[in-house]
Write a protein that binds this ligand. Structure first.
Ligand code: F6P
Length: 510
């Protein structure tokens, strides 16, 4: 840690602790300072998202301290490096160019993205026009970043648009693929193999089984029904996918940041190209805000200030996200990978130990269901858990408006209750209150709002990484387990007694 970083942390640590109630009473302008509406235009109309961080403990003194920390960590320089396509992923000696897919970045990367998108659009359109025969189903095999983003986007955006019935299959457990097979007809099914490396054992095993299923289902040319989405096009061709159906994306896009690239193919196929472009446009609007806004007014950076405060100063080990919208039920799972794979690191970019806890454990669920399952701990448990609520003013459903009214009433009541608490008549009924939450409220969760929401979280993750001095773009922590799996498959490995026994009783090794 440099001196300037230590001084800033010292200043943050010295800020006197006041309750949320005290903070609101002390500053009449608090809501205006910490709650902002982010807006963009969609044709003739405006859409927006309200980001309300006023129910967190951030105050002027903390914001000053965190701005000092951001400066000490050269946040502006790091952000420029990210946006200009510099090799910011130092451990892998490459840039992180997912933002170029949305039109921001080095000229070369933006041009390449446009060309790759044009190729993808063409394939989507010819498939929809029937070039590959009737396509009613798509089995998308992929895992991690090659599955979580597409699955979430399809769930969020294609409920009333679904032109192709998409099944995202990630787990190598054959039950997952069998479930998809049971719902698809091989004669009208396409298979998309989504893998940055085209080498992930789970995905390649599922891909081979899906191909066999097509064959056994009487499809004359099974490999003619396969599309590859990958940063390793040569490997896809070698595997047997015709070059015309390989949709590449650049190596400089990390798996968990790849929804915007050809990994978004099933979204474009199911929802239509215009919807996919609207997702990119919403993300681009957030990119502009992130690139052009300084200090605490920068929404992802402000969110990261709160994240760091709770993790580093208040010792919170987890953070929770509750989507009060069925369309975002997969958001917590998506954010788990984005945040934990990016920032779950123990060393900084310089190889020094991270100061304190790095990424908190991201968890969450859907409102109102979670209220009846886990909110007890949030209100009365011994651990402090900062919570994000995500909702939309416009309902996604067409039923009696009472549904949406009750949904939103619950969402806002939970944030209010966590903060206010209640003395209660006896200890068991006592709610301590002063528990923080942030609210992200979309005007209307359409494709652009969805894109902006996800880009916000990407930038928030990056901002957290910069404040900690971490490289968020590598993931070496996943490698050791993969290597040991390969060792087992190859009949080798040097394992402990417990693992040897497990291998032996299951017949995996003698
Ligand atoms: O094991 C982790 C990981 O490498 C993720 O980072 C990635 O999203 C996932 O596996 C899938 O990788 P691939 O797209 O190369 O199959």
């Amino acid at each position: 840690m440099t001196d300037a970083v230590s001084v800033a942390w010292g200043r943050i640590g010295d800020v006197s602790r006041r309750t949320l109630g005290e903070l609101f009473r002390a500053d009449g302008g608090r809501l205006a300072k910490l709650s902002s509406r982010f807006e963009w235009s969609e044709g003739d109309t405006a859409n927006g998202i309200r980001f309300d961080w006023s129910k967190t403990h951030l105050d002027d003194a903390l914001l000053d301290g965190f701005e000092e920390l951001a400066e000490a960590r050269d946040f502006s320089g790091q952000r420029n490096a990210l946006l200009s396509g510099a090799k910011i992923n130092v451990t892998e000696d490459r840039a992180a160019e997912h933002i170029a897919q949305r039109g921001t970045g080095s000229e070369a990367a933006v041009e390449e993205a446009a060309a790759l998108h044009a190729r993808m659009q063409m394939l989507v359109e010819v498939i929809r026009e029937g070039a590959l025969g009737e396509v009613r189903h798509l089995i998308h095999v992929g895992i991690g970043g090659s599955a979580l983003g597409p699955a979430m986007a399809i769930d969020a955006l294609t409920r009333d648009l679904m032109r192709v019935d998409v099944h995202v299959v990630s787990n190598v457990d054959g039950l997952a693929l069998e479930e998809a097979f049971a719902r698809c007809d091989p004669a009208t099914t396409l298979v998309a193999i989504a893998s940055k490396t085209f080498a992930t054992i789970e995905t390649m095993t599922n891909a081979a089984s899906a191909l066999r299923w097509l064959e056994q289902g009487g499809v004359a040319d099974p490999s003619g029904r396969v599309v590859a989405l990958t940063a390793n096009p040569d490997k896809a061709v070698e595997w047997g996918v015709d070059e015309t159906r390989v949709l590449p994306f650049p190596e400089s896009i990390g798996g968990r940041y790849s929804l915007w690239s050809s990994i978004g193919f099933p979204v474009a196929l199911a929802a239509g190209w215009d919807e996919f472009e609207a997702v990119l446009a919403g993300a681009q609007a957030m990119d502009r805000h992130f690139a052009e806004t300084e200090g605490r007014a920068n929404l992802p950076l402000r969110a990261a200030f709160a994240d760091r405060y709770y993790t580093s100063i208040r010792g919170c080990r987890t953070r929770a996200v509750f989507a009060y919208d069925e369309r975002l039920r997969l958001l917590p799972a998506y954010l788990q990978q984005l945040e934990m794979e990016s920032n779950g690191k123990r060393v900084t970019v310089d190889g020094q130990p991270v100061n304190g806890t790095s990424a908190p454990i991201t968890w969450g669920g859907i409102g109102t269901d979670a209220q009846h399952a886990v909110f007890q701990l949030l209100h009365q448990g011994t651990q402090l858990v900062p919570v994000d609520f995500v909702a939309s003013i416009a309902p996604g459903d067409m039923l009696d408006p009472v549904h949406h009214r009750i949904l939103l009433a619950n969402c806002f009541a939970q944030g209010a209750a966590l903060m206010a608490g209640d003395k209660g008549d006896d200890p068991a009924r006592h709610f301590p209150g002063d528990r923080p939450s942030a609210t992200i409220l979309c005007d209307d969760l359409d494709a652009a709002a969805f894109g902006a929401l996800i880009a916000f979280h990407e930038h928030r993750t990056f901002a957290n990484a910069v404040l900690m001095g971490i490289n968020p773009f590598d993931q070496f922590g996943v490698e050791l387990g993969k290597k040991m799996t390969k060792d087992i498959e190859a009949g080798g490995g040097d394992f402990d007694a417990s693992t040897r026994a497990l291998l032996s009783v299951t017949g995996l090794q003698p």
